[in-house]
Design a protein around this ligand. Sequence first.
Ligand code: SAM
Length: 243
Amino acid sequence: MTSKAEHVKALFDVPGKYLGPRRFDIEIRVETVHEFTKNLTFDRVLDIGCGNGAISLPLLPRCSKLTLLDISKNMLDLARRRVPPERVNDIQLIEGEFLGADAQQESFDLILCIGVLAHVDSPAAVIARVAQLAKPGSWVLLEFTDAFHFWGIQVILYQKLLKLVRPEPYALNRLKRRQIENICQENSLKALALYRYGLPPIGASLFMDQEQMYRVTRYLFGPSGRNRNGWMGNQFIYLLQKT
Ligand SMILES: C[S@@+](CC[C@H](N)C(=O)[O-])C[C@H]1O[C@@H](n2cnc3c(N)ncnc32)[C@H](O)[C@@H]1O
């Protein structure tokens, strides 16, 4: 494991630090995944960086087998506890780094890679591997943040300030929308749908609870099936198809 991966594991091994403050965002991700896949059924689904499983476990009624993969043991333990007992035999749990995990090429009908690209050593290598594992004609849900969009600049400034007082164990990848879109195209992943939104400004949690942050975000950017003001948002959730 690289030293960055060790830092990522250590960070997410305290799941509450992510799951608490981002509950409203996870809800938006869950609903967007539902919206983009609601008419589809799947044989095999892979959730890379599954966290507590909140995003892919709701797909169980529409899929035969689900693989939950995460580098963090504690996150994976949370996901394990949410598996319905009657589906235990249909779930594979893999603890480890995605690029090091064993998997057969062209074996998945749906792959989720949500909230992961900012944390990996090479986003390009991850997308290329996702494309390798996806069956031709299958689906990929890819989420990332465009760090160079004006909505994200406040976050970069805040992180720079924070670094002065509390050095970060690792730097988040600063991704650009065009860069990620080009890598997807090079790997035969064609964009079919997009939900684009922005998170409330830093410090919003001081005066808004999770429900209010959810409502403000939805008010500005619309429901997952009717995205509005997308140009203002720096969070991208793409539905892609492997061609
Ligand atoms: C920001 S959280 C997102 C969790 C979930 N997908 C969601 O959107 O709520 C990132 C998750 O990816 C995992 N992760 C990060 N890098 C990883 C890697 N290289 N291999 C496997 N899991 C990874 C982390 O442990 C963490 O659970």
